[in-house]
Design a protein around this ligand. Structure first.
Ligand SMILES: Nc1ncnc2c1ncn2[C@@H]1O[C@H](COP(=O)(O)OP(=O)(O)OP(=O)(O)O)[C@@H](O)[C@H]1O
Ligand SMILES: [Mg+2]
Length: 417
């Protein structure tokens, strides 16, 4: 799998590898024998775990919240280190990756459309222009504006209220009437900058019609503008006001026809936001009876939530390898080599408090991880930061993988005070 044909090998710049996809990129870079560099801030780098620090061939220290400065610093660094590909793990940094690749003349995404892969308002515009099926929506600037629009725009109830720029379901609420609008808009506008780099966020808020139905995600890897479909994953979320992802399963258990429809729609969404060389993660819902997927969002990045792990465990396809091949202008290999199943389930507390105890059973075919340790505070389970940990289950069938993961969650003891 060696793709390092250039003298001195191939180097890829990852704009902030810290985060869920980073570990899969590091592992994929090892398999492809390419050098991985990071662009980050010194203080963030100081907090990197040893395995990440040690896996990097070099680091460009810069301020990613200052686009001009970051581009200048990264351009100098990439030329000096003969970097031939650029990748981003965090959605908010994907436009920066497109701009950097463009400056360096490397394979990358369309810099004129790249903002649409970060900002859900620009994304809605890009979907409209390209005819990608998406929820109806309207943009508001404050709660009073939201009341006027909710009363007049014909979006109906429930309404989904979400920040223009965020991830991890932060600030997303499903509201059932005008009495819930003020708090939903306040939640969507709670953060003016994004952690960890302090990127300024668009303060506008999106109101969307609620799309009923099951939810799925699918990656699309694009090479020189040609999309290649990756496996479809079923997504489970909480059902109430806050839609926190509680798990993912691969394969999704859809018919061949619906699988193709999801993959086709995901590819259209990726192309609509200018993905040309790299991967996109697209989320869709399929309204009951309709059979036509509606795109909730797409991002020009690898998926989070260990989806890379469950896709590879189920199908043998490494999405991180596909991504690194695409950003270095090489054809990705998307052929499944395995016919199994895998599921991930997240452990959510019932309420906020001090985590006193967490004990996850260790069943054969499963492994687990915790992110919040006893003695630490557990936030309210309103977004992905409220997760205590996860379990991954592998099996021969979808049902067995889901059942196994559910058994582990059911047997987990969590004490929050
Ligand atoms: N228009 C909609 N109709 C129905 N459900 C929606 C809609 N928009 C969002 N949701 C639900 O809320 C969840 C979070 O919304 P969205 O994906 O837009 O935000 P996000 O913060 O980018 O999410 P994440 O990063 O967790 O994927 C979705 O996965 C979906 O379950
Ligand atoms: Mg989402």
């Amino acid at each position: 799998m060696d793709i390092s044909q250039e003298p001195g090998g191939t180097g890829v710049m990852v704009i902030e590898p810290m985060g869920n996809a980073g570990r899969f990129l590091v592992e994929a870079a090892g398999r492809l024998r390419l050098r991985l560099y990071a662009a980050t801030h010194k203080t963030i780098h100081d907090g990197y775990e040893p395995w990440l620090r040690e896996s990097l061939a070099g680091v460009c220290f810069t301020d990613l919240s200052d686009t001009d400065r970051a581009l200048t610093d990264m351009e100098v660094f990439c030329r000096e280190h003969r970097v031939t590909g650029v990748a981003a793990c965090w959605e908010l940094l994907t436009p920066l990756a497109a701009l950097l690749a463009d400056r360096l003349g490397l394979p990358g995404n369309d810099p004129r459309l790249a903002a649409a892969a970060r900002n859900k308002i620009a994304m809605a515009g890009a979907f409209r222009s390209a005819g990608v099926p998406a929820p109806r929506g309207a943009v508001v600037t404050d709660a009073r504006h939201a009341h006027r629009v909710a009363a007049s725009a014909g979006l109906g109830w429930p309404l989904v209220v979400k920040p223009a720029e965020q991830g991890g379901s932060w600030g997303v609420s499903v509201v059932h009437g005008p009495d819930q609008l003020d708090s939903a808009v306040a939640a969507a506008q709670r953060y003016t900058t994004a952690r960890p780099h302090g990127l300024p966020l668009d303060s506008r808020v999106l109101l969307q019609s609620y799309v009923a139905g099951e939810e799925y995600s699918a990656e699309t890897v694009v090479c020189d503008g040609v999309p290649y479909a990756l496996p479809v994953v079923r997504k489970d979320t909480t059902a109430g006001r806050y839609r926190v992802e509680t798990g993912h399963t691969c394969p999704a258990g859809l018919t061949r026809e619906t699988t193709l429809a999801v993959q086709h729609t995901a590819a259209r969404a990726a192309l609509a936001v200018g993905v040309r060389n790299g991967i996109a993660h697209t989320e869709v819902k399929i309204p009951p009876g309709a059979g036509v997927p509606v795109v909730i969002e797409t991002g020009a990045r690898l998926p989070g939530d260990n989806i890379c792990e469950i896709v590879e465990a189920a199908t043998g396809v490494s999405e991180a390898v596909a991504h690194l091949r695409a950003v270095t202008g090489r054809l990705p290999d998307t052929t499944p080599t395995r016919d199994a199943a895998a599921a991930i389930r997240f452990l959510l507390p019932e309420r906020a408090g001090l985590l006193e105890q967490v004990a996850i059973p260790d069943l054969p075919g499963t492994h687990s991880e915790t992110y919040i340790r006893p003695g630490e505070r557990v936030p309210e389970p309103t977004d992905s930061s409220g997760r205590i940990g996860h379990v991954v289950a592998r099996a021969h069938t979808i049902e067995d993988a889901r059942r196994l993961a559910d058994r582990v969650i059911a047997g987990t003891r969590v004490k929050v005070n």
